[in-house]
Design a protein around this ligand. Sequence first.
Ligand code: FAD
Length: 405
Amino acid sequence: AHGIVIAGAGQAGFQTAASLRGGGYTGPITLLGDEPGLPYQRPPLSKAYLEHGADDRLVLRKPHFFAKHGIGIEADCRIDAIDRSRQAVMLADGRRITYDHLVLALGARNRGLSIAGTDLGRVIELRTLAHARHIREQLAAAHRVVIIGGGFIGLEFATAAHKRGCATTIVEAGDRLMARAVCDTISAHYLAAHRQAGVDVRLGAKVSHIIGNAEGRAAGVALADGQTLDADLVLIATGVVPNSELAAAAGLSADNGILVDEILLTGDPAVSAVGDCAAFVHRASGKRIRLESVQNAADQAKYVAARILGSAQPYDTVAWFWSDQYGGKLQIAGLTAGADEQVAHRSINGKGLIVDCFCGSTYLGTESVDAPAEHIAARKLLGLQPPVDKRTITEFEHDLRALAG
Ligand code: FAD
């Protein structure tokens, strides 16, 4: 037997290995990742890590965990190809490792921007610990930061950069912040919060190119309308693309992610895909989606481990997410995109902002700021069978805590 090979040692890859052993799998487990070091969590990289820089708090488990549980982990180990007919992965160093089952947990990479100047010095991106270390060094000497992209990572980085005393500008092409993930009310809340803190937020602003100085470093950002913004550090935070090329080259279907069925299998019964790289069918809505969150990576990994160990249930979990930035702690329960009605209200203590999102009579979920109890209640309600509907929530006057009671 060749056991389970896990391609990618990020959040989902690590969790697959841990849950397989935790669930009683006794065969070999091989966890292969191309980054240096042990699996770590990414969320702090755009938050606390930028302030305190404590690397040791990032690792998901200390080295002895892997030895103790017999998880063969290899860092700096790039997989170049998958040979499905022989059930093997080919490594960049020439080795082949055979599998009984392969779990693709390859994550995503930054999309980048195809404009002039992205190769200049002091133009940065953020996805990995290596990026975050580099950014910490650069931030120490920076005075004026321009961030291209008003999504979660851009906004979290803006918070950290501004707190460190940098004049900080966010350039967002769309007409609101985090438009892909949150409703107008929440976008407006964070726009006001960032501006109030002193961050210069430009909406509807398209970037033309990055301006370089004589030393080949970024000196500013030119906008399409002719304005220029001075900068000695430029972060490009324009979203990610899934790492699906390996799967596609091996003949597996991919379309904005590696396509998997309701039990997270690809078209090959010996290959599953989980986390940021996987495009799966969301059970409640029937839509094919790809999520970029710790919850999704961890839950899909746990699910695939349980399925390998014999569980037959389809994958079905409640999605949730968080972000920390100026304006407070954002939490999202459920998948709220596509809402046709949003009901905004205050938490019982008056401090939190809560937006319940509906589509027709269906309750999609709740976006909230500084309302952790309501967030937990929303997650509980979304997990109920049959699901709670709009009429019930209205009858309870949107008191999710009482309803979840
Ligand atoms: P990854 O963690 O990306 O792991 C995939 C691994 O596979 C990587 O190490 C990659 O290098 C490796 N790999 C790729 N190709 C190969 C190959 N050919 N051979 C070997 N290895 C390969 N989510 C939240 O829910 N809340 C947050 O607040 C939050 N904040 C974030 C902040 C930052 C700065 C970032 C970058 C992400 C954040 N996320 C957050 C998203 C979350 O971290 C991801 O959704 C999660 O890491 C996905 O896990 P994954 O295992 O699918 O992918």
